[in-house]
Each structure stands twice: as structure tokens, then as C-alpha cells.
Design a protein around this ligand. Sequence first.
Ligand SMILES: [Zn+2]
Length: 68
Amino acid sequence: MLAKCMLCDRIDELDDQSPLAKKLRNRPIHTYLCPTCHDRITERTIERWKTGKFRIHHKRRTKDESLI
Ligand SMILES: [Zn+2]
């Protein structure tokens, strides 16, 4: 199958039997990230974890719990 990277519009051909292709078939095609963009995002995510900016998400979850 062909998958288009949502960030750089690169089109990759994926092996239909690969776990990634199976996953994409169950989701919209635009969720595909090519390995280059995937690595870039993973690096950014790790950096964000280091700076502690992920606390925003945790705060929101705490707020939701307090509404119950
Ligand atoms: Zn890409």
C-alpha cells in the first residue's frame, strides 16, 4: 500500500503485511509519518518530556476529575 506522510508529503510504499500497514488500514491515511518525520517528532517529544511541558496535559486531566 502507499502511505503519504502528513508532515512532508513524501509517499512511501509499505509492505501490506507489515504491522504499520495493518495499523494504517484501520486509521485515516493522513496519520502516517515517514521514518524521517517520525524520528524528528520522537526527538521533540523526548525534549518536551525533559523540559516538563507535558505537565499541561496532566493539569487538564486533574481538572476533569474534579468536575465529577
Ligand atoms: Zn515525512
